[in-house]
Design a binder for this molecule. Structure first.
Ligand SMILES: Nc1ncnc2c1ncn2[C@@H]1O[C@H](COP(=O)(O)OP(=O)(O)OP(=O)(O)O)[C@@H](O)[C@H]1O
Ligand SMILES: [Mg+2]
Length: 170
């Protein structure tokens, strides 16, 4: 089983991708096969005729991992995705399944996997696919990139509660 780490943050543009790039570089010195996944991608871009999250596309390009790009961005959030989940057209379970399937595939090829969370801790909550939920699902320790002390209250309210809840509960 591959080791992993989940990079989360207290806000958008906080430095998750910057941190992931640094960690990718360091991890490649220690592990032979290092992977990256952005499970929930809120910023779709076209890359090599696929629509994937912009951070997954960036990492794939920088670290020459284009062949795994689809696994690196299993769920892309389009402008109408949230409405479709709220209306019951897409179920959160389906999103979870896509994330787990991609991660499991990636895990077969990797010794270490860097998982980048999305935006701030609230992102994905309506989809029942928040950063806390994904970190727990993939059994990953969390590295929190943070900007200011006041943001700790946000961490406690949005992260601590889901993480402390009994494993397996929704
Ligand atoms: N090429 C660049 N040149 C200058 N500044 C940049 C560049 N790329 C990112 N930044 C800035 O660096 C900071 C960190 O960006 P980064 O992409 O690491 O954040 P992030 O937490 O991954 O964002 P997101 O929530 O969109 O995933 C941001 O303020 C961003 O605007
Ligand atoms: Mg990012």
């Amino acid at each position: 089983m591959a080791k992993n780490i989940f990079i989360a943050a207290t806000s958008q543009n906080c430095g998750k991708t910057t941190t992931s790039i640094g960690l990718m570089h360091l991890a490649q010195k220690k592990y032979r096969r290092v992977g990256f996944i952005k499970p929930l991608g809120p910023k779709p871009v076209k890359f090599n005729r696929c629509t994937v999250d912009k951070d997954a596309a960036l990492i794939a390009q920088v670290f020459d991992m284009e062949k795994d790009l689809r696994l690196m961005s299993p769920v892309v959030v389009y402008p109408d995705t949230t409405r479709m989940v709220v209306d019951g057209e897409i179920s959160p379970d389906e999103l979870h399944e896509r994330i787990i399937l991609a991660y499991t595939e990636l895990e077969k090829k990797c010794d270490f996997i860097i998982i980048e969370g999305s935006g701030h801790p609230g992102v994905g909550s309506i989809l029942k696919t928040s950063n806390a939920c994904i970190a727990r699902m993939l059994n990953a320790p969390v590295l929190m990139v943070t900007g200011a002390v006041w943001e700790m209250s946000l961490i406690i309210s949005v992260w601590a509660w889901p993480c402390l809840r009994k494993k397996g509960s929704k």
